[in-house]
Design a protein. Structure first.
Length: 628
């Protein structure tokens, strides 16, 4: 610690010593004027000695400084200069015939003592040694060479001793303060380093797939954006390769989830070595699907690497006896998309092209590679049936809302409900939201359906005081549509509901960008008092950038973090996620609570609110009153 203290203050001490010596020499030489006034008979000698001593000292100091001598040598030179300067002046001065003038003039000798303790950054030992030598020289001259009375000797002796004690004490205090400042600065730097390392670790964790240890979807999305921008700006071509493990559900059912996790980890490690060897990046894109982003020097490289990926996975020879085909080992299907002007204005379209290529690989019997062909399209029979139904769903009463309770974990009370849209076909068949919501977004019917959902939730829940707060999911398409905030204001006025009782949940999806119109819409909604909640945080869609850009009232942690906390790594990731949100000051809501054990974990983490099937399933507004 002493060595670190000396090293940190070395430059400052060298600069301070340099300035201090030059100032001291200037003042020392300037005192030639009082020599002429007070001790004129010896003034020529004292003045000559002043100039000679100053010149010699400065020359010696500058030589040492230019030779990069250690700071202790520079300090020693200054200390010796103080002593020599005092002796050079005092020796001829005490021989003056103007005894009375000299008796007063000797008081200025204390300046040399003060300089050792106050004007230079000497260590305490060096300052005491220097000022003590000056004190000793003074007493020798006072009692041995200068004619004076006992009273004068006593008075001036006490004065010099007092100066010695006082200035030495001040020097000691200054050195203690400098050391304390160093310790405080060192501690602050260490704390800052620890915080930075924790931040880096959390950032790495947020970009790492918890199971396989490779990049996760968030990291891949960022890499895709970088490659896209490089292509737009510099023409740097790249490709997207999607890899899907064939018949993986059957593998899990046959060998168990633990063996399934091990299978994915082995495949991920193998693919990472291969892809990184070609200067690409690979990540887990969800479930048993992986994605690789590869820089290209030639168009055929992506197809070649995709073929290597397929061969290396097959060469692992992981047994898979439940496959419906003749193959007995785990294989992968691979889809490749190459960047081109056809990819449009968004990088997401290139990913969709790779997804279509992957679909064609599966349709071709799996365990093969397919490159995107714009003439081929994935059939979507459901979309064709649902498009006209969604356009007329409100008028035909095919859509309805159910409400899932949200509980305060501290007192166990139901504090809010989430409105969830349901769709049934004319024959009574239910259509999952994961099917009809994307179609509604793509066709634009989500705008009218979304307004209907907000109005119905306000009428069913808020206007009838069934619950204090209701949350409704809104789509990026709604936020981008003109007049959305005004339509919400009109609904609140019509239903006579306070905006603070309505919460709108947004999810940062692949189609969600921080566009000015979206941010303005959210600001207008918040001006109405509407709470803005961030949904599915950490799922790969929501990012830290949204937490910085928007003041969310509540952040909902994606259910996967809770479901993965059965092991220590998953629990650590959930804890880090909760700590990150809590430090931002947002209310924390964890969804997907399905067991009492999960409830216990959330209670230990002091989560604010929870929801899930363990606490209450989605029910109609009428049944909600009975639940509450």
């Amino acid at each position: 610690m002493r060595a670190a203290y000396a090293a940190e203050n070395d430059l400052a001490r060298r600069q301070s010593t340099h300035r201090g010596l030059w100032m001291a020499v200037v003042v020392y030489v300037a005192f030639a004027v009082p020599d002429v006034w007070l001790i004129a008979d010896v003034a020529p000698l004292t003045i000559a000695l002043r100039f000679a001593t100053g010149a010699i000292v400065l020359m010696a100091f500058e030589i040492l400084r230019l030779a990069k001598a250690k700071t202790i040598w520079l300090d020693g030179t200054c200390a010796l200069a103080l002593i020599l300067g005092y002796v050079a002046w005092l020796c001829p001065a005490v021989t003056t015939k103007y005894v009375t003038s000299m008796s007063y003039y000797m008081i200025f000798g204390a300046i040399f003592m003060m300089g050792a303790n106050l004007f230079f950054s000497f260590s305490f030992r060096l300052s005491v040694l220097t000022s003590g030598t000056v004190l000793a020289v003074f007493f020798v001259a006072l009692y041995g060479f200068f004619p004076s009375t006992p009273v004068y000797q006593l008075a001036f002796g006490l004065f010099y001793i007092s100066c010695f004690v006082f200035t030495s004490f001040v020097n000691w205090r200054l050195n203690v303060e400098r050391h304390n400042v160093f310790l405080n600065a060192t501690e602050a730097r260490h704390q800052h380093w620890e915080a930075a390392e924790r931040g880096k670790a959390l950032l790495r964790l947020s970009h790492t797939d918890y199971l396989t240890g490779i990049e996760n979807r968030r990291a891949i999305d960022r890499r895709l954006d970088q490659c896209w921008n490089a292509w737009k700006n510099d023409g740097s071509e790249f490709s997207v390769i999607l890899i899907d493990v064939d018949f993986f559900k059957r593998f899990n059912d046959r060998y168990g989830h633990q063996e399934g996790d091990r299978c994915l980890t082995v495949i991920a490690t193998t693919l990472q070595k291969l892809v990184e060897r070609h200067e690409g990046i690979i990540g887990r894109y969800g479930g048993e699907e992986f994605i690789a982003v590869m820089p290209l020097k030639a168009q055929h490289e992506a197809t070649y690497i995709a073929g290597e990926i397929r061969h290396q996975v097959e060469a692992l020879a992981i047994r898979h006896e439940e496959r419906p085909d003749d193959t007995q080992f785990v294989t992968v299907s691979v889809g490749v998309a190459l960047i081109s002007e056809r990819s449009g204005a968004k990088v997401e379209w290139l990913v969709r092209e790779a997804d279509l290529a992957l679909y064609n690989a599966k349709a071709s019997g799996r365990n093969c590679v397919r490159t995107f062909d714009p003439t081929l399209r994935r059939p979507n029979e459901d979309a064709g049936k649902l498009v006209p139904l969604l356009a007329a769903a409100i008028d035909r009463r095919l859509v309805s809302l159910v409400y899932q309770p949200i509980f305060d974990l501290r007192d166990g009370q139901m504090k809010a409900v989430e409105a969830l849209m349901r769709l049934r076909l004319p024959d009574g068949t239910s259509v999952p939201p994961s099917v009809f919501i994307p179609i509604a977004e793509r066709t634009g019917s989500i705008v009218e359906l979304g307004r209907w959902a907000i109005k119905t939730a306000c009428q069913d829940i808020l206007a009838s005081d069934r619950m204090a707060t209701v949350s409704v999911n809104v789509s990026p398409v709604q936020l981008r549509s003109p007049g959305f905030a005004m339509s919400v204001a009109a609904i609140l006025e019509e239903t006579r509901v306070s905006g603070s009782r309505l919460a709108l949940e947004i999810t940062e999806g692949l189609d969600m960008e921080m566009q000015p119109e979206v941010l303005q819409c959210l600001a207008d909604l918040q001006a109405l008092g509407v709470e803005i909640w961030l949904d599915d945080f950490g799922s790969g869609y929501a990012g830290l950038s949204w937490l910085r850009a928007i003041e969310f009232h509540t952040v909902k942690v994606d259910r996967t973090f809770l479901h993965d906390c059965s092991d220590e790594r998953g629990l650590t990731m959930l804890q880090d996620m909760v700590a990150l949100i809590r430090n931002r000051g947002n209310t924390i809501l964890v969804e997907g609570v399905e067991t009492e054990a999960q409830m216990s974990v959330l209670q230990n983490l002091s989560i604010d609110r929870v929801q899930g099937f363990h606490l209450g399933r989605p029910v109609s507004a009428d049944l909600l009153a009975l639940t509450a």
